[in-house]
Ligand binder design. Structure first.
Ligand SMILES: [Zn+2]
Ligand SMILES: [Zn+2]
Length: 257
């Protein structure tokens, strides 16, 4: 039997070596990352609603310039998990994006429908699924983005991360939605920052270790070989490197580095 792997980190860092979950099918950093992404989605959704409200109430100029047409989310590079749904979010305007949840709106067994699903509709489907399977004895949240994310964040998200095999699909959908919202907000994707002049401890290539601004754990990931380091591990590595350079005389005498 194969070892269980953390499905969230395998999703967020597909090129790195896999690791065992610390619980169920995920690890703490993977779950933290997912929670972070859901919170980011919620806050950018709020900004989008504000933008839309500003647009409606007459502050059209600044707002409407920010609304380009036809966003195309980057296609997922993840292998499709069996049974997962191939969906795109070809939304054309902010009103579509922020529309209320449309129950059953996502149902598309043949993947041939060009849908215009609002963020609330997509999230509503997940909430439906999880409410039915795990929390049916509790009150279901209102199908608004605010209520649904509030219901999910915290203990329920932790629970479904370990209980639902489709959690990586959810993680991908959150990112896709986020990409579309950012596009409408006129924000460019936040780029990963290279650690300039630092060689990767595994492949030795320079300046390939990247810091993803979306990673709440600030891990460094090699863009070349996929090596993943915890922040503390990265800092210990830097200290060692500096000591080594100093011993090799590569640093100027008297340097404090
Ligand atoms: Zn993990
Ligand atoms: Zn590397």
């Amino acid at each position: 039997m194969s070892q269980p792997i953390c499905v969230l980190c395998a999703h967020y860092h597909p090129r790195t070596e896999t690791h065992a979950p610390d619980r169920g099918q995920t690890c703490a950093t993977g779950r933290r990352r997912l929670e972070h992404d859901v919170m980011v989605l919620r806050s950018s959704y709020r900004r989008l609603v504000e933008l839309q409200t500003a647009d409606v109430t007459g502050a059209k100029d600044a707002a409407s310039r920010k609304l380009p047409a036809a966003p195309v989310p980057a296609p997922s590079k993840q292998p499709m998990v069996s049974g997962s749904k191939a969906r795109t979010i070809p939304l054309t305007d902010v009103a579509d994006l922020t529309a209320g949840a449309h129950p059953g709106g996502v149902h598309d067994p043949h993947h041939d429908q060009v849908g215009h699903h609002s963020v609330a509709t997509l999230l509503n489907e997940w909430v439906d699924r999880w409410h039915e399977h795990f929390f049916s004895y509790q009150r279901r949240p209102e199908p608004t983005l605010e209520a649904m994310t509030g219901w999910l964040l915290g203990v329920r998200l932790e629970l479904v991360a370990d209980a639902d095999a489709a959690i990586a699909d959810f993680a991908q959908e959150i990112r896709d939605m986020q990409a579309v919202i950012r596009f409408h907000l006129g924000e460019s994707p936040r780029r990963r920052a290279p650690m300039w002049g630092v060689p990767c401890p595994r492949c030795r290539l320079m300046s390939q270790l990247m810091l993803d601004p979306e990673d709440p754990d600030r891990r460094r990931e090699c863009a070349s070989c996929g090596k993943l380091m915890a922040e503390s591990e990265y800092h210990a590595y830097l200290r060692n490197l500096t000591d080594q350079y100093r011993a090799d005389g590569k640093l100027a005498r008297g340097s404090d580095l």
